[in-house]
Design a protein around this ligand. Structure first.
Ligand code: DGT
Ligand code: CA
Ligand code: CA
Ligand code: ZN
Length: 556
């Protein structure tokens, strides 16, 4: 109503009534049944009739109408501190702004300062408020959430009586960002477990604490939920809280079609009310006549049907990876030497690793001029002579220049075992230009892999404009692999595009783009992303042993 410029008096009345209802001890339905709604402070005839309407129908017609008539996103603008409804109405009327994004654009283009009662200072303030708002509403990147979750699991593991600690929610599904961290466990004494949880030193604030569950804040903004579950229901509860919501809805439909109702805790035979409990998730799925479904693909994207038909893919695992095809060394902007990187790769059980330092145009990343590239190649050859059972591959991450040309001549590229080609500049090209730029790189005989194909950085930078469908078609035609860059701030391609690539028979390469030895551990995130894309071992280039890999790279 405020956004639509309705009278302030009405707005205040609703607000007052809402506050009274919120703080009522008694159930609103009881009060309504006795016909006493109008005794609630602030509730007059009009509001009482709307409350009745809501209790009867679950909706309020006037409210629905207001929602329909208000552009989507406008309500969100109210969350930008310093922006009142009057200002928002004006921004909408004069500049057509109805979302935070449009507001940010208007400010950056200095269109806001020309409005009445606005100026350069207001623009600066709005921008700062938008930055704050973005941070607050941001979902947590997987690469931030997972280490935090593991630390908390570590603390909980030491609490007496706590068993079956399990991650649930979007974190268990390996989503690239998560809203919060969900943890489930069983315990002989739930109360003690909850008490121990809220007292973990990392906990900064306790949002909610009950007999079997609690929610806390760690690391300033990260919410962690712990639920202690009865052992006999554990499987059903883990299934429920792993989600996704959409997957659960599909699963409940399947249950119904087989004569069951599925709740958070149990499966109930509708015919006779018999309640079935499952302490293991597998048993619940099996009882419904389907294979157990890996959490990463529980998004209602066909996995339930596949599981019913016994046709789920055998998803790729970390242990299927035989080597990394994109790492940096201290020859360009990496922190560690080739020898140090190799030592860690061997510890991971790899057979090979491609050292892909940057090309010359990436001056800031210390890209290698041709003479230094040749020097590095010589070093790799001599190192290979002195190690057993491991191959260091000569590689490069060659820059795809703005015009689509590669940043090394073919004479250099043809001496590489692996050429990863990536975009690192002119991100703001138009879609057609960017698409053609990447495709022309793929058309080079020498390019084996396109690195971080969309260029997005989670929470930092959007993907550049690119027609990925066309890029993938070209990849299929030119037999170029697409990277799943495993760096947790990239995860690029993401699961959705990886699945599309697989459909088009494009090979994927899961690379860490490591700039240090510990960067190699990011493979875990790449694998989660690949699993979300339904990938199997055979879809991924670097599951090949060294002999097959070299044959593949030579042939295509
Ligand atoms: P997030 O935290 O936004 O990244 O996403 P999730 O999927 O972790 O969602 P969350 O933490 O709200 O709830 C965890 C799981 O619990 C969710 O994946 C499915 C289940 N769940 C929560 N609320 C509902 C609901 O209203 N309906 C159904 N069917 N499932 C729900
Ligand atoms: Ca969650
Ligand atoms: Ca949650
Ligand atoms: Zn790169």
């Amino acid at each position: 109503m405020e956004l639509r410029g309705e009278s302030g008096f009405k707005v205040v009345a609703y607000r007052r009534a809402a506050r009274s209802v919120e703080s009522m001890k008694e159930d609103l339905e009881e009060v309504s049944r006795r016909g006493e709604l109008e005794t609630i402070p602030g509730v007059g005839k009009a509001i009482a009739s709307k409350i009745s309407e809501f209790l009867d129908t679950g909706k309020i017609g006037a409210h629905d109408r207001l929602f329909q008539e208000t552009p989507q996103g406008m309500a969100e603008l109210l969350e930008i501190s310093g922006l009142g409804p009057k200002t928002i109405s004006m921004l909408h009327e004069k500049l057509g702004v109805s979302t935070v994004e449009e507001l940010e654009r208007a400010v950056r283009e200095h269109r806001v300062r020309r409005l009445p009662r606005m100026g350069p200072t207001s623009e600066k303030n709005i921008l700062r408020a938008i930055e704050r708002w973005k941070k607050r509403s941001d979902r947590i990147p997987l690469g931030v959430a997972l280490p935090i979750a593991e630390r908390i699991l570590g603390s909980l593991r030491r609490v007496e009586g706590v068993r079956n600690l399990t991650l649930a929610g979007s974190l268990r599904r390996g989503r690239e960002t998560v809203g919060d961290i969900d943890i489930l466990a069983t315990s002989e004494s739930p109360g003690a477990a909850i008490r121990a949880f809220v007292e973990i030193p990392a906990v900064e604030e306790v949002l909610m604490k009950g007999p079997t569950k609690a929610s806390v804040i760690v690391d300033e903004t990260v919410q962690v939920d712990l639920r202690i579950v009865e052992p006999r229901s554990f499987g059903t509860v883990v299934q429920y809280f792993t989600g996704s919501k959409e997957h659960n809805v599909r699963l409940r439909q399947v249950a119904l079609s087989k004569g069951y109702s599925l709740s958070e805790y149990s499966l109930t035979r509708v015919a006779n009310g018999e309640e079935l409990f499952f302490d293991r998730e597998e048993d619940l799925y099996h009882h419904l006549g389907m294979d157990w479904i890996p959490p990463e693909i529980r998004e209602d994207q066909g996995e339930v049907e596949a599981a019913l038909a016994g046709r789920l893919p055998r998803l790729i695992e970390v242990s299927d990876i035989k080597g990394d095809l994109h790492v940096h060394s201290d020859w360009s902007d990496g922190r560690h030497s080739i020898e140090e990187m190799v030592k860690t790769a061997k510890k991971l059980g790899y057979e090979y690793m491609a050292i892909c330092d940057h090309s010359p145009s990436l001056g800031i990343a210390n890209g290698l001029a041709e003479d230094r590239f040749k020097e590095k190649m010589e070093l790799i050859r001599s190192l290979n002579g002195s190690i057993e059972g491991f191959s260091i591959l000569v590689g490069t991450e060659v820059d795809i220049r703005a015009d689509g040309k590669l940043d090394y001549p073919d004479e250099i590229l043809s001496q590489c075992d692996v050429v990863v080609a990536s975009v690192h500049s002119a991100y703001n090209q138009r879609e057609r230009e960017m698409t053609n730029r990447i495709i022309s790189a793929m058309e080079s005989e020498e390019v084996d892999v396109i690195g971080h194909p969309t260029g997005r950085k989670i929470g930092e930078r959007e993907a550049y404009e690119v027609d990925m469908e066309r890029v993938l078609e070209a990849a299929a035609r030119t037999k170029t692999a697409m990277e799943i860059n495993a760096h947790p701030s990239r995860l690029d391609l993401n699961g959705r595009w990886a699945r599309r690539a697989k459909e088009l028979e494009v090979k994927l390469a899961i690379n860490t783009d490591a700039h240090s030895t510990c960067g190699l551990m990011a493979i875990e995130y790449g694998i989660k992303t690949a699993r979300r894309g339904w990938l199997e071992e055979k879809d991924v280039l670097n599951t090949l042993g060294i002999a097959d890999l070299l044959k593949y790279l030579d042939k295509v």
